[in-house]
Write a protein that binds this ligand. Sequence first.
Ligand code: ZN
Ligand code: ZN
Length: 229
Amino acid sequence: MYNCIMKAKRTGEGNVKTKHVSNAAARDEVSHDLKRRKKLDKPAQTQKERVFELVRSGKADTVSEISGILNLSKMSVYRYVRALAHEGKISKTFNKLYPYSEAEIAGEKSPVTGKCEICSKQITDERLKVVINFKDGRKLQFCCAHCAIIAAVHSVDDLNSISSIMGMDFIYGNPLDIRNGFLLFKTDVIPCCSPPILVFARQSNAERFQAGFGGDIISFDDIISHMKF
Ligand SMILES: [Zn+2]
Ligand SMILES: [Zn+2]
């Protein structure tokens, strides 16, 4: 306001009052412009949320799919994916992206409760437990990968309705989608159901375990297409 009066005096044209009004209008214009710019800035954050939403809902599970849907460069998608993985919201294994379960996002360890959907055994071991998360939000929990895979083979009509099958690395206990894991089948170590299927995030660890306790290392796809218990 001080500025505008000075300006009016300096130029000597028009009266101070009109000048003030028009300046106020200009200021409004600027503040609108700022708001607009803020809105434009915001998508940088919203895009990350959009990326997360696509992964969470199972609409996309690869960087190129997301890049196509959101019309973003793959580099940008990688940046968001890295940030989301860092925040523990999604897991990135090989070329696929998976959401961590809601409980994991909230940072709370889900208590080991409930019964296995297949064998009705009380679930007691968090490290062996496997949860099938469906895209529609349903969840099924199992005592171990053996039962989860039986369920996937025999009682899930459409494997595409699954958004993730979360289990844990047998050695380190890190959560992973067992569809990306190295599954050690029929090893001598039988911590739950037989034949056992132990889950490893890394092939090298599966191989070292196999060297000691035997078994066959297979992928989830192998097991789904060939497994007949
Ligand atoms: Zn079971
Ligand atoms: Zn079991």
